[in-house]
Design a protein around this ligand. Structure first.
Ligand code: ADP
Ligand code: GN1
Ligand code: MG
Length: 376
């Protein structure tokens, strides 16, 4: 976290009703500044409560008020559904701690935007899959999330990042970053640039199907990586989908695909040793099984058929975003070491290549699982 912040002064504005014990950087998200906050509550049980404090990234999310309106509305909607289904809304969806004025976020004098969530206790987020069962559970949770929002009034959602998964536009942005080459880094990554540009045609496939009405727009999460779902420590269940900043109309194949690119890889997203990176077909199958089950038969035949393409496109898109950011001087994704965005790009491109080699097997898995689960 670059600047020094007076946490007690920030937290003073939220209805925490207790004494601040500590506030420490937390988690491994690439976008917001996240802190784990511990508060002591006199006369309450438990006496110590934990919260998540976030400074929203306002250079990426330029309309924090619209974003928080989405989060408030989506979490209230999910709370009702979870209650109807006999679940526990305190743990199965995010819960906002309001400011003392009853607002969902607080703006400091320097125009930083802060929000607080209840910390979801007894559950964990993972940066890499521990076993196929966890991944299956995360898939169930993301599929269910989409299913629960299937009757959410999509027209009331603000588009927090316009064209977030518009892959042809992402490619155009990437082309500009290459042409501008503001840090003089493009010369050393010609192979990676070529790899991406060679797949220009692929980037249109899903977007064109959407335009032709062959794929439906749904309310989707749009950032379905494994560390955006909490797994219950006691039961192993996918408990709560978090990081709701990009809930917007989108494609089911993109939500599916983003999870695959992150979780079905045999290595971390920023692994420098590419020999360790490949698509694990067993994990791919586990996720497919969980996602189709979680979606509860709501996907159309075309949506199911395009799931492998969603995986390939989310991986290629992320690869081009990481490389564009590397070329622009690492201004978007948080980095903790030099070259990290380039390493992240390379793992994505290696995965794309591996998916192309395993394409028939991926399609066969989706087809078989779909027939077995009888989803459509
Ligand atoms: P980013 O957009 O930067 O990824 P996230 O909202 O995903 O930010 O939060 C970053 C990390 O903080 C998550 O991966 C998770 O580990 C943790 N986290 C976020 N919200 C909660 C919560 N309500 N309870 C527990 N942990 C949380
Ligand atoms: C970011 O916020 P986080 O870390 O969950 C990014 C995603 C990328 C991902 C790559 C708003 O996700 O789009 O796929 O990094 N989120 C945003 O790891 O850009
Ligand atoms: Mg996140």
């Amino acid at each position: 976290m670059a600047r020094k912040t007076d946490w007690p002064a920030v937290l003073e504005h939220f209805a925490l009703n207790g004494r601040l014990i500590s506030a420490e950087p937390y988690g491994s998200g690439h976008i917001n500044d996240t802190l784990l906050v511990v508060v002591e509550k006199e006369g309450e049980e438990p006496a110590v409560r934990r919260y998540i404090l976030q400074r929203m990234n306002d250079s990426i999310f330029t309309a924090p008020s619209a974003l928080m309106e989405n989060v408030v509305n989506v979490t209230s909607f999910l709370r009702r559904k979870i209650e109807e289904e006999g679940g526990d809304p305190e743990r199965e969806t995010l819960n906002i701690v309001p400011t003392k004025d009853g607002a969902s976020f607080w703006t400091d004098p320097d125009k930083n935007y802060w929000r607080v969530y209840h910390f979801i206790e007894g559950a964990s987020c993972y940066d890499q899959v521990r076993n196929p069962e966890d991944f299956y559970q995360s898939a169930l949770a993301f599929g269910r999330f989409q299913q629960m929002l299937s009757d959410y009034p999509a027209e009331t959602l603000h588009e927090t990042i316009p064209n977030f998964h518009n892959t042809p536009l992402r490619l155009a942005d990437f082309g500009r970053a290459v042409a501008e080459d503001v840090c003089g880094r493009a010369g050393d990554v010609q192979q990676e640039i070529r790899f991406i540009l060679d797949r220009e045609q692929d980037t249109h496939i899903l977007a064109d199907m959407l335009k032709r009405g062959e794929l439906p727009l749904r309310v989707t999460h749009n950032d379905t990586k494994l560390n955006n779902v909490m797994i219950d420590d006691a039961t192993g269940r996918g408990l709560c989908v978090i990081d709701l900043d990009t809930v917007m109309p989108g494609l089911a194949a993109h939500d599916y695909g983003d999870s695959i690119r992150f979780g079905a890889s045999t290595a971390a997203e920023d692994e420098p040793d590419l020999s360790k990176v490949s698509l694990d077909l067993e994990l791919f199958e586990s996720y497919t099984r969980g996602f189709l089950k979680g979606c509860g038969g709501s996907l159309t035949e075309a949506e199911v058929r395009m799931l492998p393409m969603g995986a390939k496109m989310m991986t290629l898109e992320c690869g081009m975003r990481f490389l564009a950011d590397y070329l622009q001087g690492d201004v978007y994704f948080k980095t903790h070491r030099a070259g990290q965005n380039l390493d992240r790009c390379r793992t994505q491109l290696k995965l794309v290549k591996d998916m192309e080699e395993k394409w028939d097997q991926m399609s066969a898995v989706v087809d078989r699982v779909n027939r077995q689960t009888g989803c459509c």
